[in-house]
Ligand binder design. Structure first.
Ligand code: ARG
Length: 458
């Protein structure tokens, strides 16, 4: 079906076909149909209430839009590239259906404030969903933390064995990260939760509109304060994408650890078969594809943020067609983040923990050396001296192929007279974690309290 351009009045020649395709956004912005219709209904109702268009027309507009909504949802709407974007596809169809009344819908409005509204409405709902997925992932982490409380693993710095920690403590570290991510999402939502409609093309409108009323109809707690800014602002999308980038960075770190922990060298965890794949040539392989792919997808989320930052860079006020490039990276970010969180929540819940391997790894690498130094401090030695003493002890162990628990009391006392028989109780893995009992430490009682705190918070 050939469509008349809604803006065709001043044109005498038809748009070049390729230009039409090149400039159209309908292929990707059709996913805003629900928000576009919802926004148009509220706009029409506001126009009616203000006596700007007849109430009878409002009724026809609302009915017509609801029919269009059903058509789209039933897959029976014929989207047209000639009509460029979702806004004009819906408006043109409405006018086809109901005539005059449909043509009054765009009174006091521009596609510039319309699209700003649609994206906000859309992103608002998506952020709520993403927050719910973050909760699911946190639940899975807490589930593992609780189930494996008491499992000791090596904690690392520089990926070198550092000190023993609880596996649960490690899981709860991610709980902290994803909780901050949720906070960032909520902050972003709070800032974007304002109605931009009423800005018109850029300068506002001559009609006596009631923006606060439209805001109420659309569940916005307020309205934007400057018409130019309202149509040229995409901060909310950028903030969301920045928060998403940080979130993906967290997921990529977790991915990396799961990949490492799944190797035959580590064997700390086993991911469920349903989250792994095999190799077409090597029969023994079980590859951690899901964490690998999530680690990889982090790159596209960063890329999306950079893409939109670059689109927005140095754009003069107000709307510019460049800004149509906001949608694909935004939508892709939403899809990627939701998919990654969903799959991680399930995968983490089903992951099996190999306590034995974690424990034997934790026992290696002189992981309780710090405990010996702190033992000496408690016996009155300055920390720097204690550090030196234990460093020498470790060097001796390395040279003689021994571990700290293998040393006899005589050997210990050769390094410091301050050392007594109670040294042996101080260098066990349990003693090491139990002793770190200040808030935020890895002692089981602490970690348990954190688990309880997190559970009580939801
Ligand atoms: N499809 C456009 C976009 O996504 C809608 C706004 C168009 N406004 C305009 N004046 N051309 O940005």
């Amino acid at each position: 079906m050939a469509h008349e351009k809604l803006w065709g009045g001043r044109f005498s020649e038809p748009t070049d076909k390729f230009v039409e395709e090149f400039t159209a956004s309908i292929d990707f912005d059709k996913r805003l149909y629900h928000q576009d219709i919802r926004g148009s209904i509220a706009h029409a109702q506001m126009l009616g209430k203000q006596g700007i268009i007849p109430l009878a027309d409002v009724e026809r507009i609302v009915e017509g839009l609801q029919e269009i909504l059903k058509k789209i949802e039933g897959g029976k709407f014929d989207f047209s590239v000639a009509l460029e974007d979702i806004h004009m596809n819906i408006e043109a169809r409405l006018s086809e259906k109901i005539g005059e009344a449909g043509k009054r819908l765009h009174t006091g409005r521009s596609r510039n404030d319309q699209v700003a509204l649609d994206i906000r409405l859309y992103l608002r709902d998506e952020i709520v969903e993403i927050s719910a997925y973050l909760d699911l992932l946190v639940d899975s982490l807490v589930f593992q933390a609780e189930k494996n409380l008491g499992v000791i693993m090596p904690g690392y710095t520089h990926l070198q064995t550092a000190q023993p920690i609880l596996f649960s403590h490690h899981m709860m570290a991610y709980v902290e990260m994803f909780t901050r991510d949720k906070g960032r999402m909520e902050d972003c939502l709070r800032r974007m939760d304002l109605l931009p409609l009423g800005a018109g093309a850029l300068a506002g409108t001559t009609f006596p509109i009631d923006r606060e009323h439209a805001a109420e109809l659309l569940d916005f707690p307020g309205v934007t304060r400057n018409s130019l800014d309202s149509v040229s602002d995409r901060d909310f999308a950028l903030e969301f994408m920045a928060a998403s980038s940080i979130l993906m960075m967290h997921l990529s770190r977790f991915s990396e650890e799961l990949i490492l922990w799944s190797t035959s060298e580590f064997k700390f965890v086993e991911l469920s078969d349903s989250f792994c794949t095999g190799s077409s040539i090597m029969p023994q392989k079980k590859n951690p594809d899901v964490p690998e792919l999530v680690r990889g997808k982090t790159g596209r989320v960063y890329g999306n943020l950079m893409a939109l930052l670059t689109v927005m860079k140095a754009l003069p006020l107000a709307y510019n067609k460049d800004m149509q490039e906001d949608k694909e990276p935004l939508f892709d970010t939403i899809d990627t983040v939701k998919g990654s969180l969903k799959i991680f929540a399930d995968m983490v819940r089903e992951m099996r923990v190999n306590a034995g391997n974690m424990r034997s790894a934790a026992a290696k690498g002189f992981s309780t050396a710090t405990d010996v130094a702190e033992y000496l401090v408690r016996k009155g030695m300055p920390f720097r001296d204690a550090h030196e003493v234990v460093g020498k002890t470790v060097a001796y162990c390395i040279a003689s192929g021994k571990d700290l628990p293998d040393l006899t009391l005589e050997e210990w006392q050769g390094f410091s007279e301050k050392i007594d028989g109670d040294i042996f109780d101080c260098i066990t893995l349990e003693a090491s974690v139990n002793a770190r009992a200040a808030t935020g430490g890895t002692a089981p009682e602490r970690v348990k309290a954190e688990i309880e705190r997190v559970k009580a918070g939801r």
